[in-house]
Design a protein around this ligand. Sequence first.
Ligand code: AMP
Ligand code: MG
Length: 367
Amino acid sequence: MLRQGLRRKPALGGWPQGIRLFEILIMTETMKTIIEKIDINADFASHPAVLKAAEVLRSGELVAFPTETVYGLGGNALLADSARRIYAAKGRPSDNPLIVHVAELAQVSEFAELNERAVRVLERFAPGPITVVLPKKPCIPKEVTGGLETVAVRIPSHPVAQAMLKAAAIPVAAPSANISGKPSPTDGAHVAHDLNGRIAMIIDCGASGVGLESTVLDLTVEPAVILRPGAVTLEDLQEILPDVVLGGTKTLSGAEAPKAPGMKYRHYAPSGKVEIYDEAELIAAYQAAADPEIVILGSSSVLEACQPKYGFELAFDACDVVTAANRLFAGLRYCDEIGAKRIMAQSFAAEGLGVAYMNRLNKAAVE
Ligand code: AMP
Ligand code: MG
């Protein structure tokens, strides 16, 4: 049950923090974006759109592409200018580092200092939704890493991402393909909404996989620290690194020094105010508020109980965190589409994938 809301103009958001004037000037320039839809059953390795995307990336221009987590906005990770284009297209603060993507483990040592722990983690979980932070080699410009001496590395498993990275044969820097601060894109249509006219090309392959961004694991420290929770969970990583810890996942205020640079920024936030409740609390709070303009992001059971005017079905029930993770960002985007002012969103148990779900939902609720 997905209720359609009133078609109102979404409220205008402010500029994301930290954008400089020259970035705004670049952002206002528009270009013709090639949008290529690829059927998920196609032969990707020889697909003209995949080969075109690889060529565009090698030339230094930007391509948005599907991954098994969310859509990425790729640029040539060996070129400072491509990194600048990424920050400008997203309106992303340039001290928030980018993740560098390659097709296979053998390529990682070309641009990062691999260590024994990294090899064990990547052999177990890559290709897949894991990112490891390692010391960088000089070929990666500081523009890619937000000035850091470390680089975040990921090997995505999505077959289109794999085919494109293989054909490009370069490391590709790629943050999520959304306007900075807004929910990450989990569908090609979300990417086009945010970036059409700002980048050279979009590969639209429908829905992405997990729906939340990769787990970020810092392997430059001992013990290893999870900087951002994702689909590779604490429990999964403990199998390989028994002393790994979950650290620093709260949103910091401007003055605090972040361990993971992206953490000081507000993320994933729709324009409306997000309140978080468990299933029973949400039903009680909605009924007590008696305001039909409130939007509910909740499981089918909550929507059945509340019968709201505006609701987005996140999951079947309170145990179904896999579907909730997959649909959370689409739900947050739905809120902006209908101009929601007050949003009641359902919490899920913070264990396994629920840790990542709650991490994103809590950031969406930061004011
Ligand atoms: P996104 O590209 O939007 O998925 O965000 C990538 C996140 O990865 C950033 O917000 C950082 O928190 C993290 N990250 C990337 N590179 C590094 C690095 N060198 N050190 C620590 N964290 C990093
Ligand atoms: Mg992002």
